[in-house]
Design a binder for this molecule. Structure first.
Ligand code: AMP
Length: 455
């Protein structure tokens, strides 16, 4: 069994690792640490939760040695400010016995304090791409002494459109340096980036692409509509013992707000909401409180889904099925982190089945179906919600078969119209406004008539 001392990790870091409770290196650490220490360019394909951050940090610390000069010798680029904060935390945890200096910088806050910290001298700069360039352009950062550059969460950075900024950074850093690229997936865009970024890299792959960490138990519930999803969520969250730290992922900010309001039975200090409309401080504080175990339930859109490391998450609940399938992998990656087990629960409506099938193909696993407990009230699907799902199903069929006419279920729409008269619309449903809904219904009627004429 390989140990940290087999990997020639020096005593001061071994002490820090011991204090953190890291008994043995993870597979990515076993492979990446020697490769990076030998000076090679390394591409690491590993999800968060595998220990990949320490896999590149530890050899970087050894290379840096000790605090020296004022210019940074290592830059680490990550896609979001939350990741910068988290990375700074990891560096702090790993370096209590060295004098290595580091600074985390990100946008959305004033530049002054960050510039001052850099001027005081930093051996490592951890940054989002845009802020690094901004500070460079204002001559607050000297990049000509960079010896190691890390692009972490490279796939995420490509998805977020940071390609231009990364190219601009590559123009201003020395060409002769060690380059490290880490990514959860090796997409075509990441591969292309690696061609630009590094010559003859060693590629280290820990799990096959997009395979969820094996420790995560996955289940799905087939739930007919929004209100029933709320009821099921309320039922699950009532079990405080096993559901002790949960992230509920939703598709939109609107649903996030609606779910938050529907959990009124849960004390407000136990739950928090984060999405991109929330101020940066609110997001960072929520994230910090959640990480420290001060809050039990986090409701989030995908802002948080990737890269964020929070330990001991008991459950990830996909209130909505993600339609970007990689997001499923990233979402469930929140649980079952580094040798722990967790559970990922996905709520599936009839319109989501298509996406679940695609996700199952991607992860090469079946997500087992669990029956909804009898005590959970299943409500009838309101007309407008049903129409929306039917419309989505038509869209999916058209996507798979462009000749599909999308007749739009004329019989069903009539039946569900009758039902709608009897079913009171749930007050918190996040769907369309009345006017939006009426205009859509009109459109529906026209297309269903057309369909009938043709027959
Ligand atoms: P990462 O994949 O870098 O996001 O790391 C996921 C989590 O695993 C972090 O909380 C690390 O602190 C933790 N971790 C990293 N290496 C080890 C290790 N060798 N043993 C136990 N936990 C680790």
């Amino acid at each position: 069994m390989t140990s940290f001392s087999d990997l020639k990790i020096t005593r001061q870091y071994q002490n820090a690792l011991e204090e953190l409770g890291f008994e043995k290196p993870t597979p990515i650490q076993i492979k990446a640490i020697p490769a990076i220490r030998s000076g090679q360019h390394v591409i690491g394909i590993a999800q968060t939760g595998t220990g990949k951050t320490a896999a590149y940090l530890l050899p970087i610390f050894h290379k840096i040695g000790y605090a020296k000069g004022t210019a940074a010798r290592c830059i680490i680029i990550v896609p979001s400010k939350e990741l910068v904060v988290q990375l700074v935390e990891q560096v702090t945890e790993l370096t209590p016995y060295t004098d290595i200096r580091y600074v985390g910088i990100y946008g959305g806050v004033g530049r002054k304090a960050q510039a001052k910290a850099i001027h005081e001298g930093a051996d490592i700069i951890i940054s989002t791409p845009r802020r690094l360039l901004e500070l460079y352009e204002k001559e607050h950062i000297q990049l000509n002494k960079v010896e190691t550059m890390v692009l972490d969460e490279a796939d995420r950075m490509m998805d977020m459109g940071f390609r231009g900024q990364i190219n601009a950074i590559l123009e201003v850093v020395p060409t002769k340096k060690q380059n490290l690229l880490f990514s959860a997936t090796f997409s075509a865009r990441v591969e292309e980036l690696s061609w630009n970024f590094m010559d003859f890299p060693v590629k280290i792959e820990i799990t096959p692409e997009a395979t969820p960490v094996e420790t995560v138990e996955q289940v799905r519930y087939d739930v007919p509509n929004f209100l029933s999803k709320i009821r099921l969520l309320q039922h699950l969250l009532a079990d405080e013992e096993s559901f002790h730290r949960i992230i509920v992922f939703v598709k939109t900010k609107k649903t996030a707000n609606a779910v938050f309001n529907a959990l009124s039975f849960i004390a407000s200090e136990q739950k928090r909401l984060i999405h991109s409309n929330k101020g940066q401080n609110t997001r960072i504080n929520a994230f910090k409180d959640f990480k420290e175990g001060k809050i039990r339930i986090m409701i989030s859109t995908d802002v948080m889904a990737r890269g964020i490391d929070i330990k001991d998450i008991s459950h990830v609940i996909n209130f909505d099925v993600p339609t970007v399938y990689e997001d499923y992998v990233h979402r469930i990656g929140r649980t079952g982190r580094a040798f722990r087990t967790g559970a990922a629960i996905t709520f599936v409506t009839k319109a989501d089945k298509y996406h679940v099938k695609k996700i199952e193909e991607k992860i090469r696993m079946f997500i087992p179906n669990r029956l909804i407990p009898e005590s959970v009230e299943i409500t009838e699907t309101p007309f407008h919600e049903n129409q929306e799902m039917e419309r989505a199903i038509d869209q999916q069929k058209i996507k798979d078969d462009p000749n599909f006419k999308g007749a739009f279920h004329e019989k069903k729409s009539y039946k569900s119209k009758i039902k709608q008269k009897k079913t009171k619309r749930p007050p918190k449903y996040t769907g369309k406004t009345n006017s939006g809904y009426i205009s859509k219904t009109k459109k529906v009627k026209r297309s269903s008539k057309k369909g009938r004429h043709k027959k």
